[in-house]
Design a protein around this ligand. Structure first.
Ligand SMILES: [Mg+2]
Ligand SMILES: [Zn+2]
Length: 201
């Protein structure tokens, strides 16, 4: 099967798609940001894959198991479906070098801003990175080491922003971030050079 590469939007979870609640361990901690369902539906209609990449060091910290995390992600999917949205894939890093849980308290290559999760997604889906975007509330969600993406967007719904880093745009929430991507930044055709660094704002 040779699927035509599609653009993707790589979204952070906590403080971006859902409200920032520290280390969520219970379903009541999973609260979608207002308007996110419709925004995710717009992305799908525009042909984008919607891929969540999330650091979940709560696993390494012994606060929840991977099974409990999977339950939370089913709950997230259900809640997004209620508001008309959804996502195509979710990859998480359960590690942290300062954790306590056996097997998870290790250095790894998947904790953002390292690119292990992104590489996993690129290996499993046919993605045109040159037409893709990163959206998150933290600079590490923008994968500063990755060149040639169409856009990097910070949102203000999570941790306080002190530095816009490599961001092309700063939006109040993921809703405005997606609107900006679709109406202001969306390229009309695949870019020739995927290694060309996205133009700074
Ligand atoms: Mg976050
Ligand atoms: Zn990891």
């Amino acid at each position: 099967m040779t699927a035509e590469p599609r653009p993707a939007v790589f979204l952070d979870r906590d403080g971006t798609l859902i409200e920032e609640r520290g280390y969520p361990t219970e379903p009541e901690d999973i609260v979608p940001v207002r308007g996110v369902g419709e925004a995710l539906a717009r992305l799908a209609a525009a042909g984008y894959l919607r891929i969540i990449l999330t650091n979940q060091s709560a696993v390494a910290r012994g606060m929840l198991s991977e099974e409990e995390l999977a339950d939370l992600h089913r709950d997230l999917g259900d809640k997004l479906a209620v508001v008309g949205g959804g996502f195509d894939a979710l990859y998480y890093c359960p590690h942290h070098p300062d954790g306590i849980a056996m097997g998870y308290a290790v250095p790894c290559h998947c904790r953002k801003p390292d690119t292990g999760l992104l590489d996993l997604a690129l290996g499993r889906h046919a993605i045109d990175l040159s037409r893709s975007a990163f959206i998150g509330d933290s600079l590490r969600d923008l994968f500063p080491s990755v060149e040639g993406v169409a856009a990097r967007i910070l949102v203000r719904t999570g941790h306080p922003l002190t530095d816009r880093g490599p961001a092309d745009h700063v939006a109040p929430s993921v809703v405005e971030a997606i609107d900006w991507l679709l109406t202001k930044r969306r390229p009309t055709s695949p870019r020739a050079g995927a290694r060309i660094r996205a133009r700074g704002a």
